[in-house]
Design a protein around this ligand. Structure first.
Ligand code: SF4
Ligand code: SF4
Ligand code: FES
Ligand code: FES
Length: 419
């Protein structure tokens, strides 16, 4: 049966006037549409404005799906008013409302500032790695051009961000459009900001839950989900070592030269150490129960504290073993004071006379990392991140190695500098 060419349609249009406040409401307009196939939603809005209510606010510019101004939610799904024809919408009643997650300026017009702020954070500009007198061309048959594909066609309409629930729940998430832009530059071999760009994108890309909403609604048929997966893969292959390239870790501190052991000393120390390894403190040293008290003095900078991890001689570990030591200290932030009790991962290399202390906070999303003595790896249970004994990433989503503390030995105590 042939579809009707035209007829009556009811349009429910969201109205909100900031001068009046409130939660907004829908106004209903009945329109006789001559040809469903030749009438866009933007045409409908012009008619409503001309024939019914001149105060109706909506945004447009190009009218040909090029400028990205007329994004809105049409019958519950994001789209461009200038690209959607009435025939695309099979219901007798059509609802039009503003994009989600953006502040409403008036009626269907939203404030796009949050969108462009995220876009800006993703470093959307190209910075050539090499100065060239001739334009450096990315040929159509190269892998990078194929990888970038249609992703450069984005018109910044905001439809994808409006459809993305993660963009709503995670305020710091750069979102599909910004990450899609980031991917177009990450895949470009001429880019001079690759590492910085990747570090920023990696911080964000794991917030995506691969819902594909963005891909479904994009009026330019781009798949931001595909772009985000591309960043995931790049994060896995290039993430390890990235932080090292951007800011090298501090050198491990040298331990004081070991005292020569006299026969008498040696017996006392042996007993002492045996007690340590078998008794309460030893258990603590091996599995991480040495608790130390707060340091209130000797702060070099107001925002950093040297926190004691206890007497160095009690920190006994077998070769290749990492100690988990709980540090208790107080932190002051303005008028707010809080007690911290957190594990510090300490690697003692008595042979090389070195000690290295790692922050146990996973560099992915902050879960606590623990040392697995059998696997000789640091493991994060949250998303399966694993780190080598030197703190560099072995596998999983963490974007950079474990953070290292600055350390010092003073008065026989080992200290870490806690920010
Ligand atoms: S990716 Fe698509 S939906 Fe998102 S802003 Fe660009 S054009 Fe719009
Ligand atoms: S695929 Fe990712 S970016 Fe796209 S809508 Fe889903 S969560 Fe958002
Ligand atoms: S008016 Fe430019 S994209 Fe719709
Ligand atoms: S928090 Fe995600 S792997 Fe550690």
């Amino acid at each position: 049966m042939a579809e009707t060419k035209g007829g009556k349609k009811t349009f429910k249009v969201f109205r909100y006037d900031p001068a009046k406040g409130g939660e907004g409401h829908f106004d209903t307009f009945d329109l006789e549409i001559e040809d469903y196939y030749a009438t866009t939603i933007l045409d409908v809005l012009f008619r409503i404005q001309r024939e019914h209510d001149q105060s109706l606010s909506f945004r447009y510019a190009c009218r040909v799906a090029m400028c990205g101004s007329c994004g809105m939610v049409i019958n519950g799904k994001e789209g461009l008013a200038c690209k959607t024809v009435v025939a695309d919408l099979k219901t007798p009643e059509i609802t039009l409302r503003p994009l989600n997650h953006f502040p409403i300026v008036k009626d269907l017009t939203v404030d796009m500032e949050p969108f462009f702020k995220k876009y800006e954070e993703a470093m959307p500009y190209f910075d050539p790695a090499e100065e060239a007198s001739e334009p450096a061309i990315v040929r159509p048959d190269t892998w990078e051009r194929k990888a970038i594909d249609m992703a450069t066609d984005c018109i910044a309409c905001g439809c994808c961000v409006s459809s993305c629930t993660m963009a709503f729940w995670h305020k710091d998430y750069l979102g599909p459009a910004a990450l899609n832009r980031s991917m177009t530059l990450l895949a470009d071999s001429r880019d001079g900001l690759h590492d910085e760009r990747l570090a920023t994108a990696m911080e964000s890309c794991y917030n995506c839950r691969l819902e594909f909403n963005c891909t479904e609604v994009c009026p330019k048929e781009i798949s931001p989900t595909r772009a985000i997966k591309y960043i995931h893969r790049m994060a896995i292959s290039q993430g390890p070592g990235l932080a090292q390239r951007l800011s090298p870790a501090p050198e491990p501190v040298a331990l004081p030269a070991p005292e020569p052991l006299t026969p008498e000393m040696s017996r006392r120390r042996f007993l002492g150490r045996s007690a340590v390894s078998l008794g309460v403190v030893a258990g603590a040293a091996l599995v991480g129960l040495v608790s130390v008290s707060a340091l209130s003095a000797a702060f070099k900078k107001p925002e950093c504290k040297w926190v004691s991890l206890g007497p160095l001689e009690k920190l006994t570990a077998a070769p290749g073993e990492v100690l988990t030591i709980y540090a208790d200290y107080s932190l002051e932030d303005g008028f707010y004071k809080r007690q911290e009790h957190k594990p510090v991962l300490v690697e003692m290399d008595r042979e090389k006379n070195k000690v290295t202390a790692f922050n146990s906070r996973c560099t992915h999303l902050g879960c606590t990392v623990h040392w697995d003595q059998q696997k000789k790896l640091f493991l994060c249970a949250c998303h399966g991140g694993t780190f080598f004994p030197d703190g560099t990433v072995k596998s999983g989503p963490p974007p950079r190695p474990l953070d290292r503390y600055e350390t010092k030995v003073s008065g026989g105590q080992l200290y870490v500098l806690e920010a």
